[in-house]
Design a protein around this ligand. Structure first.
Ligand code: PDD
Length: 286
């Protein structure tokens, strides 16, 4: 079944949607993106994703081709046209297609940004990984220094996923100066003595929208949250570990670099937070 995708103001069958070979997203990874999950046909945490997108654009001095309030309508229309009940909407904005390849940014008055959105159908709620937990390896964090900007430079995270796959694992946690930053496409947490520990915000990690929601729900449920760096050794000695993202929600981690975490089964804190996140998201979906 062919999807309907959104490209620069038009809703088109996916095989008719085209972007120039001179697009700076293609030539230079000069673009930003967002992934918003969809549950029961509703957008989850849309406001958070739209605000982070605005921030990413601002940090890169990139113009938005659409007004922010139009974005919600485009997302909704795409969900409707593709009859999407569960999965996600991917959005990407790049600095457009100038007449030729050049390192300097083109004049936005001459070269408008390119915007593309498409839907991805996926089971998010009934996920085998959420039931069994995932295994991760640790790798050096070799990404650039502005990980708080959600750019489409995803080569190293892709390489990290491949390293994990080769090691018989599901994902990789990245380590810089001895401390865990985050997963290749998710934020990383450990639980020790009932305390939830996760890397503090900064330019070293992406400010996850799911992270913000989970920490808010955890605090509302009287759980103690510590936002600070931790090592792989501390994580291996934790009672529980888990990841969060728009595509995984809360997913338990049961093994890190071959060491079993806790009982080797998804822990109660991760499972409880997943349940709360699903309940609250369903109520607040738009
Ligand atoms: N990734 N950290 C990184 C490096 C990420 O790429 C992501 C999201 C997150 C979690 O952010 P959020 O909770 O806002 O989804 C953290 C998306 C899902 C992706 O690249 O597909």
């Amino acid at each position: 079944m062919s999807r309907i995708v959104y490209v620069n103001g038009e809703y088109l069958p996916e095989d008719q949607a085209k972007v120039s070979v001179f697009d700076r997203g293609f030539l230079m990874a000069d673009g930003v993106y967002e992934v918003t999950s969809v549950l029961d046909g509703k957008l989850i945490d849309f406001k958070g994703h739209a605000e982070r997108l605005e921030r990413s654009l601002r940090e890169l001095d990139m113009a938005s081709p659409v007004a922010m309030d139009e974005l919600l309508e485009i997302h909704r229309e795409l969900v409707r046209r593709n009859d999407l009940a569960e999965g996600g909407v991917y959005l990407q904005i790049t600095r457009g297609a100038p007449a030729d390849r050049d390192f300097a940014f083109p004049d936005p008055a001459v070269t408008p940004s390119t915007i593309v959105l498409f839907t991805q159908k996926k089971n998010l709620v009934s996920s085998p990984a959420a039931e069994t937990g995932i295994k991760v390896i640790s790798i050096d964090d070799l990404r650039w220094g502005r990980r708080d900007i959600k750019t489409v430079q995803l080569l190293y995270p892709s390489m990290g996923k491949m390293m994990a796959k080769k090691a018989g694992c599901d994902d990789a946690w990245m380590v810089e100066d001895g401390f865990v930053t985050e997963g290749t496409s998710n934020n990383a947490y450990i639980v020790k003595g009932g305390r939830i520990i996760t890397r503090q915000l900064g330019s070293e990690i992406l400010h996850g929208i799911t992270r913000a929601a989970i920490l808010r729900f955890a605090r509302e449920a009287q759980m103690v949250v510590e936002e600070r760096p931790y090592t792989i050794a501390e994580a291996q000695a934790a009672d529980e570990a888990f990841i969060t993202s728009a595509t995984t929600f809360v997913q338990p981690v049961v093994e890190i670099d071959g060491a079993t975490i806790g009982t080797g089964k998804p822990g109660p804190v991760a499972l409880r937070l997943r349940e709360i996140y699903l309940d609250e998201s369903r109520k607040a979906g738009m």
